[in-house]
Structure formats: C-alpha cells, structure tokens
Design a protein around this ligand. Structure first.
Ligand SMILES: Cc1cc2nc3c(=O)[nH]c(=O)nc-3n(C[C@H](O)[C@H](O)[C@H](O)COP(=O)(O)OP(=O)(O)OC[C@H]3O[C@@H](n4cnc5c(N)ncnc54)[C@H](O)[C@@H]3O)c2cc1C
Length: 394
C-alpha cells in the first residue's frame, strides 16, 4: 500500500494528526494495533485545552454529553480538606471526564470520516529508512510505503524506541480502575496527598451515574527500587474511610486495574528526523506534575500535521526542514515542562504541602489558581511568578 503519511498509533495524538492531514487533502494511513472500541488506562480527565482541540475537530457537541465536574476537593498530607469551585466557563469548570474507550474510538472515526485510511488490528513492527527514498512501514498483514511517518505510539513508544529516538526510562507510572456505586456528590472530583500516597497523588474523577475513575501515580523508581505496590495504595485509598469517608463504602470494581509508565521528558526524545515526526506521549509531553497528556497529545498531533503538510508541499522531508516542528514544540511546551518539574518537588515535601494548604484555605483566588494548575487547565508557570510565590510561601 502506498500513501503520503503513515501514522503509527490511533490514540488522541495519531487520530488528530490523521484527521487534520486528511481534511487538508493528504493521503494518510492510520495504523493501530488494537481494534476499536478499546480501553486505555487513563484518568479520563479532558482539560479545557483538550475540549478546545475536540471543538476544532467538530466534536464539541459530542463532548458536551459527558460529566463536567464542578468541585475539586484537595486533601493535604495532614488531612486538611479544601473544596475549590470556580465559575463555569463554556459550561464547565474543570473540563470533562470522557471514557477513553469512547473518546479514542470517536477520534479514530473522525479521522476515517475525514478520509484517513484507518487500519485497526495492525501492529507496526518496523520503520525502514533509506536515504532519500520513501519509508517502508512493516506491520502485521500489510507493508506501507510512505513519504513520511508520524510516530504516535504512546508512552511505551515501542516503535519510536526501536528507532533510537527515545532515551532513558519513563519517570512516572500510574494505574486506574473504574468503580460503580459512588454515593457522590457526583460532580465532585478529588485529589489526595496523604503521607502513604506521596510522593505522588491519588484521584477520584466522577464519570456519571455512580461510576468513578480512581487512580494513583508516582515515580517509577519508587515502584522499581523501593518496591512500592501501586495496587495496594489504590486499594487503601478506595477502602479507607479516613481518605474517602463513606463515599465509596458501597462501591464495587467495574473493571480491572490498568496502568503503564508515563514518558514526561521531551528532552529525552528526538521529536524529528528525516521523514519522521514524533507526537504525544511518545514525544515525552506528559506533564510531570499532573500526568495530564491528552490535550498535549492532540495539540502536538495538530502541529505535526501542519509541518507534514508543509513538507509534502515543498517535497522536502529532510531533518533540517522538519526541525521546525521540534522548535514549535519546544516553544509551546519546554518552559511549561520545566515549571511543572520544579513544582513536582513539592510532592516530596509533605510539610511544605501542608503549609501551602493552610495558605490556600485562606485565599480563594489562589486556591482556584492552584486547582487549575494541578488539573492542567492553567500553566504551572503562573505558580512561579514572584507575586504568587510570595502569596504561597509567606
Ligand atoms: C493511569 C493513567 C491516568 C491518566 N490520566 C490522565 C488524565 O486524566 N488526563 C490526561 O490528560 N491524561 C492522562 N493520562 C495520560 C494520557 O493517557 C496520555 O497522555 C494520552 O493517552 C496520550 O495520547 P497518545 O495518543 O500520545 O498515546 P496513547 O493514547 O497511548 O495512544 C497510543 C496508541 O498507539 C498504539 N500503538 C502502540 N504501539 C503500536 C504499534 N507498534 N503499532 C500500532 N499501534 C501501536 C496503541 O495501541 C495506542 O492506541 C493518564 C495516563 C495513565 C497511565
């Protein structure tokens, strides 16, 4: 099969890239190892930036059917509880919770409707490069010849790693489970920093009709070197009345625990090479503070599509031409990632967290800003402005 652009992976990054390219008239093959609808370990929290990307894909109305949490409950290491409830903007405060089983299937469908050739159940094994020639993408049951490839194969990035474009192990790891029988309040999401959870956090995101997505994330070295079992933390979180009150007393598992490591280091990834662009989690775009990555996956998919269109128009697929994509990506995310990693240090300092909570309980505007930063609705850089630091720490 011959095409102009082959895309490896139909998560949010790959499907949005395929959608934009196909909508602009390019020939695109979107290769996905799974068959939709498929589950994907995720908190299902789609931020305001993510909703904006869905809007640009013509899926704004479709997204509006999903739960829009209104209150964020934060619990500090020493048990202080803070409820943050901002005014809704465009019908939501903290974005929406959209099950990935539905979101990813809808995005892949949108790409196919725009004209992309969606190949499901098609695991890519290798991408062969020869100078100046089109690429050969070897997948189960098909070989695709393409002018360019966009690698959107997620945090584990099996193909991107095999091509030598990602160095170093992933920094974070997270798991989640669906439960049924939550007694609510059904628009209240929760984030917890109890001492047996940090460094890291646990979350409860309401999905509607008594269903919740609960999960926990931490540093991979804590799991691999210190032997911390994330499943035990999650089990304690959901069963401990001190953490959850009566909220989950009647709740039952509504699916398996799933998870995977998260690649948060864009500096460890070469996001372009001759005829190659890397997007989404594979590019190390997950926030080191919140673990959020859906919006960035979609935005980087849009950026890669724009650069691929320029390369196709100019017939120039050189690494030098495609470096402009990496420059755009860095301009958009490098400072955000640095700020998020700086703030991440607070996760190792329970006493500092307790002190910050005491401040936030007395300063509603500041609490709202921090809530938005934790959920990736606002830039982490805003917390590092001198005036904000003074308010937080004095
Ligand atoms: C437990 C957990 C909770 C999270 N919670 C949130 C949250 O609430 N909000 C948020 O914004 N982010 C969250 N994230 C991060 C979010 O899931 C990712 O940032 C997002 O999925 C990235 O999208 P992507 O398209 O880059 O990669 P993915 O969604 O991982 O998609 C990659 C796709 O590539 C396919 N693929 C892989 N290898 C191959 C191959 N060889 N051939 C063909 N196809 C292949 C996979 O099957 C998959 O469909 C969470 C992550 C975890 C683990």
């Amino acid at each position: 099969m011959k095409t102009e652009v082959a895309i490896v992976g139909a998560g949010p990054a790959g499907s949005i890239a395929a959608h934009r390219l196909a909508a602009a008239g390019a020939r695109v093959a979107l290769l996905e190892r799974a068959t939709f609808p498929r589950d994907k370990a995720c908190g299902d929290g789609v931020s305001a930036h993510g909703l904006a990307a869905l809007e640009r894909t013509g899926l704004g109305e479709w997204a509006s059917q999903f739960t829009a949490p209104e209150v964020l409950r934060l619990t500090s290491p020493d048990g202080q509880v803070l409820d943050v409830q901002p005014e809704p903007v465009n019908g939501h405060c903290y974005g929406r919770t959209i099950p990935r089983r539905l979101l990813d299937a809808r995005l892949a469908q949108a790409a196919a409707e725009a004209g992309a050739h969606l190949l499901e159940g098609t695991r890519v094994r290798s991408v062969e490069r020869a100078n100046g020639c089109p690429l050969r993408i070897a997948a189960e049951g098909v070989t695709v010849e393409a002018q360019m490839v966009i690698l959107a194969d997620g945090s584990n990035a099996p193909v991107t790693r095999r091509m030598g474009l990602v160095q170093g192990p992933p920094e974070l790891i997270a798991i989640r489970q669906y439960l049924a029988g939550d007694t609510g309040p059904d628009k209240r999401m929760e984030i917890h920093f109890e001492p047996w959870i940090t460094p890291g956090y646990t979350w409860l995101f309401p999905m509607g009709a008594g269903h919740v997505n609960v999960g926990t994330g931490t540093f991979t070295r804590r799991v691999h070197q210190d032997g911390v079992a994330l499943k035990d933390i999650l089990a304690r979180f959901t069963s401990d009345p001190a953490a959850m009150g009566e909220r989950l007393a009647q709740a039952e598992p509504a699916g398996p625990v799933r998870g995977h490591p998260l690649h948060t280091r864009m500096e460890d990834t070469r996001t372009h090479a001759e005829r190659v662009l890397v997007v989404g989690d594979a590019a190390g775009l997950v926030s080191p503070l919140s673990g959020e990555g859906i919006a960035r996956a979609m935005e980087s998919g849009e950026m890669a599509a724009a650069h691929a269109l320029m390369a196709l128009a100019a017939g120039d697929f050189s690494a030098r031409a495609l470096a402009a994509y990496t420059r755009d990506l860095r301009a958009r995310y490098a400072a955000e990632q640095r700020a998020a990693r700086f703030l991440q240090r607070a996760l190792h300092a329970p006493r500092l967290l307790n002190r910050i909570f005491r401040k936030l309980r007395r300063d509603e505007d500041l609490a709202m800003l921090i809530g938005f930063i934790i959920l990736s609705h606002r830039s982490p850089r805003l917390a590092l402005r001198p005036a904000t630091l003074v308010r937080l720490l004095t």
